[in-house]
Design a protein around this ligand. Structure first.
Ligand code: BG6
Length: 491
């Protein structure tokens, strides 16, 4: 049974209901599966079912199949109530007991908190107070709770939220979501690294000169201006998605595929990141987009977007240069960047190997173009893996040219892969926490990001760079990499 808090919200319609539907389609839900929506608005069951059906029609990767929906719809219901009202949770508990009576056994509830973060704590407390969290605690069918992002807005608030969680739930009951971990290509990162013997011997400071992680978006803030103003790129993308990509790329091999073994290694890696130099000429850059062109259209700057303070000091782009203080990565810069309204939507991890000495091919004074080998994991779109190699140009002279060797998932496996949320909802239901973030992990990541946020808050708009919408970002981000003799890739 899945209970969604925030049932009339955007994420529920776009991702959660289509995910549940596709799991039903793939026969991955129990025959007596129940979906319960909970929210502040009073919505009759019938109307909630209609909303769910419409969401499937509009957002599911598969069309609505009447047989499958016909089985799911009668088991779909709705409970209205305030998130900070204990009686509403008592009503929910009563509703769940009635479902259990119908089924004739105790059912395992998965509570999915998909609300604004301001009500995370009241929901958790009321799950505790109403006995819903404890009812199943310590039993094989114990309740599980998925918590959407953002998980806190700095280290202190993340610690406070972890404290509230611990007062109500045991850590194995908690599933902190980062939907990037549900992406196929992100899961494949572990397989590529540890199921192929060619990478691990090279995966260190002796062979790698730098690593670049890019999560670029073409879209602007759209209708989410109110949320984004309070968040900004560092909180919205860097602290969670790019840090997770970094941890999976750079961590040591885990001792097993056990969720705790993997999360232990990610935490160790995050803890080895050195404090950043802040201020001018330091390790961070931030910027806002100004008017420009994207997809052949003129678009306004961030300060002119709807719901944005014209004096806003919220960054829409952030880049970081990180050093990892361990045996494997000493001296290898890790560059992270993310932003809205960039040239195109692309997420990738690029491993730049050291340049070949090149002396052999330079000898004859001919024109050689020896590139550094780069291995890149294309997270999205056009998911795949590519490697840049130097190759001889066919002909009577010896001349070289970098070429790209590519593998594309869609070509090899077809393109109808499950959405991240399908995998994540299923994993939470079956109790596999591998693709979720542990409490200490989120705190380790906030420990890196919080001093940056504090220095930006103190500086206000001082030091805020700009970039035209549709470009690859601000000049200050270029300087972050050129200082070490590197350059950002144009993915
Ligand atoms: C979300 C952010 O976590 O990720 C959004 O809040 C962002 O601002 C989104 O657009 C990007 O996700 P994806 O899967 O489209 O790359």
């Amino acid at each position: 049974m899945v209970v969604i808090f925030g049932a009339s919200g955007d994420l529920t319609a776009r991702k959660l209901i289509p995910a549940v539907y596709n799991l039903a389609y793939d026969n991955l839900l129990p025959a007596d599966f129940f979906l319960v929506g909970f929210g502040r608005k009073a919505i009759p069951d019938d109307e909630f079912r209609k909303m769910a059906g419409d969401a499937i029609k509009e957002f599911s990767r598969r069309e609505l199949n009447q047989d499958i929906w016909g089985r799911l719809a009668p088991n779909t219901s709705y409970v209205a109530g305030g998130y900070d009202e204990k009686p509403a949770f008592d009503r929910l508990a009563q509703h769940l007991s009635e479902i259990e009576k119908k089924v004739g056994r105790e059912v395992q509830p998965l509570f999915y908190i998909s609300t604004p973060p301001s009500v995370f704590a009241p929901i958790l407390k009321n799950l505790g107070a109403s006995g819903l969290a404890a009812k199943y605690r310590g039993q094989a069918h114990q309740a599980k709770v998925v918590i959407e992002k953002p998980f806190g807005r700095d280290l202190e608030s993340a610690q406070a939220l972890n404290g509230t969680i611990r007062s109500v739930l045991d850590e194995p009951q908690v599933y902190r979501i980062d939907h990037y971990l549900g992406k196929e290509t992100v899961q494949d990162l572990l397989v590529q690294r540890f199921a192929n013997s060619i990478f691990e011997p090279l995966w260190n400071r002796n062979f790698i000169s730098s690593v670049q992680i890019t999560v670029a978006e073409e879209g602007g803030v759209g209708s989410r201006g109110g949320y984004y103003e309070q968040s900004g790129c560092l909180r919205d993308m860097i602290q969670n998605h790019t840090m997770q990509l970094l941890a999976l790329t750079a961590m040591e091999p885990p001792v097993s595929l056990d969720p705790e073994a993997i999360r232990d290694e990610k935490v160790k890696l995050l803890k080895a990141i050195q404090p950043l130099a802040l201020g001018p000429g330091g390790d961070v850059a931030r910027a806002q987009y100004v008017a420009g062109m994207t997809g052949g259209k003129s678009v306004p700057g961030y300060l002119q977007e709807e719901g944005i303070n014209p004096q806003s000091a919220t960054e829409t782009y952030a880049a970081l240069r990180l050093s990892i203080h361990n045996w494997r990565w000493q001296g290898v810069p890790f560059y992270l960047r993310s932003g809205k309204r960039l040239a195109r939507r692309v997420s990738e991890i690029a491993i730049n190997f050291k340049r070949p000495p090149g002396t052999l091919f330079a000898e004859k004074g001919a024109r050689f173009d020896l590139a550094a080998n780069t291995l890149s994991f294309q997270i999205q779109p056009d998911e795949g893996l590519s490697l840049i190699l130097n190759t001889k140009i066919p002909g009577l002279e010896t001349r070289t040219q970098p070429v790209k060797m590519s593998f594309r998932y869609a070509t090899t496996f077809g393109s109808n892969t499950p959405e991240a949320y399908e995998r994540l909802v299923l994993d939470a239901m079956i109790g596999d926490g591998t693709l979720f973030i542990r409490g200490d992990e989120t705190e380790a990541s906030w420990r890196i990001c919080t001093p940056i946020l504090q220095s930006w808050a103190a500086a206000g708009r001082n030091g805020m760079d700009t970039y035209p919408a549709g470009s690859w970002g601000p000049k200050s981000a270029e300087e972050l990499v050129t200082k070490n003799g590197h350059a950002w890739r144009q993915p």
